[in-house]
Design a protein around this ligand. Structure first.
Ligand code: GTB
Length: 216
């Protein structure tokens, strides 16, 4: 059964691969699972048909037969659990890879999203100039901790895993800022993720959506 995922018909990131369908595409490419994509307008995302799949009216979703999933982390975990290649075979290694997925989604991503939201929603507010450095310093604290833990190895815990896939996807969101450059080991980590053939296939697929939407 070919799974179907949802993605933006017109992504606000203009094909930079920053929306959360990208991590799902990447996971599917890593495990060699073909997939179809259903593109949604912002209006369609809030309609009953999509709300039945995603209670918050967002992308990505994942459908495979009778199974419907939302939340990119849950979807990547499902793909990693169903197929070989994204989780270690031993139980302890699997548990640690999953812990890194949670770390990416619940410890690293929130301050990054908060800064993005402030830049989008509060830029014209009087407090923005004072708040932005506070938000950026919160991110720096996490990046410093993560960089210290990563150290010299290529990946967070042995071979590349779903933990690295989700962590690198979260860190990609910082590419428009200079913060990642302050942590060369994390910049190199992100570059290693981007260099993976599966990442490139996923990126090209989402970029093709942007190109087609721009042409249409
Ligand atoms: N926790 C959920 C998950 O991990 O799946 C969050 C899903 C989510 O935030 N989806 C966003 C969405 O559907 C798209 S990815 N938003 C529409 C809405 O809420 O109405 C977030 C995103 C959007 C745009 C950019 N960008 O332009 O750079 C980056 C990230």
């Amino acid at each position: 059964m070919i799974p179907i995922i949802t993605a933006f018909e017109r992504s606000p990131d203009r094909g930079r691969g920053l929306a959360r369908d990208m991590r799902v595409r990447w996971a599917l490419e890593e495990v060699g699972q073909p997939y179809d994509v259903r593109l949604l307008s912002f209006e369609a995302m809030k309609e009953p048909a999509h709300l039945a799949l995603h209670p918050f009216g967002q992308i990505p979703t994942y459908q495979e037969g009778d199974l419907a999933l939302f939340e990119s982390g849950a979807i990547v975990l499902h793909i990693a659990a169903r197929h070989g290649g994204l989780l270690p075979d031993d139980a302890d290694g699997r548990a640690r890879a999953i812990a890194w997925m949670f770390a990416a989604l619940t410890t690293i991503e929130p301050p990054i999203v908060e800064r993005e939201a402030a830049a989008y929603l509060e830029r014209d507010k009087s407090w923005y100039g004072e708040r932005l450095p506070i938000l950026e310093d919160r991110i720096r604290v996490r990046l410093a901790e993560l960089s210290r833990r990563l150290g010299e190895p290529d990946w967070l815990d042995g071979a590349f895993s779903a933990g690295d896939l989700v962590m690198a996807s979260v860190l990609f969101r910082l590419k428009g800022s200079s913060m990642l450059d302050e942590f060369p080991s994390l910049s190199a980590y992100v570059a290693r993720g981007e260099a993976r053939p599966a990442y490139k296939r996923a990126f090209d697929a989402q970029f093709a959506v942007f190109t087609a939407a721009s042409a249409g």
